[in-house]
Design a protein around this ligand. Structure first.
Ligand SMILES: [Fe+2]
Length: 214
């Protein structure tokens, strides 16, 4: 049986300056080394006090929240969610290049949103609609792609929704470069999406059939 505890802050799959000029090196450094690290430290501290949870993966912790004592539900949601959401976000991006959206992903996008442009517009409006801090997600549910938002460090319903992409719209994700202009951050972020990773997630969702494997 795997033991996931203690969680460690794994290196990003790219350098901190790889996402320039769309996301600056300082923001990426702080986001990974300070913000994510803090969620990891707090999650490990919680799990230290609750050894029976130490063998659970992040998705397992998150889907089992309703079964846990109420005193631990909120801190666990905030911190396990904080780790899950950030790892997902960081691994959804890559150094900008000109590689096209893979054909099978494009087909799925067109089926569900009409066109890539229409998807971008709907995703952007969703990201702009997050009041305060949170995320916008692209998830697979019942075979269809859909866009949704979560507040704070909440996650999609991982028993029903299979995430394939997310965007962190907490101010710490963009404020140093974009100040209050979330809309500019979103527009530029589209250039950073790792569509191959989205494709891998879509393929693994249909092959595994088990949401908890992601
Ligand atoms: Fe963040």
């Amino acid at each position: 049986m795997n033991n996931y505890y203690p969680f460690v802050n794994e290196p990003l799959p790219y350098h901190y300056d790889s996402l320039e000029p769309y996301i600056d090196c300082k923001t990426m450094t702080l986001h990974h080394q300070k913000h994510l690290q803090t969620y990891i430290d707090k999650l490990n501290a919680l799990l230290k006090e609750n050894p029976s949870l130490q063998k659970l993966s992040l998705p397992q912790l998150l889907v089992n929240l309703p079964l846990l004592p109420s005193s631990i539900q909120v801190p666990l949601q905030n911190n396990a969610g904080g780790v899950y959401n950030h790892r997902f976000f960081f691994s959804s991006m890559h150094q900008p290049d000109s590689s096209p959206v893979p054909e099978d992903v494009m087909e799925k996008i067109e089926q569900n949103f009409g066109s890539l442009e229409s998807f971008y517009e709907q995703f952007k409006q969703s990201a702009l609609s997050v009041f305060g801090s949170g995320y916008t997600w692209l998830v697979l549910e019942n075979g269809n792609l859909k866009i949704l938002t979560t507040a704070n460090q909440n996650t999609p319903d991982l028993l029903k929704q299979y995430p394939v992409l997310n965007l962190d719209v907490w101010e710490h994700a963009y404020y140093l470069k974009y100040y209050n202009l979330r809309v500019d951050y979103i527009d530029n972020w589209f250039s950073l999406i790792d569509w191959k990773r989205v494709e891998t997630r879509l393929l693994s969702s249909s092959q595994s059939g088990k949401l908890l494997l992601h």
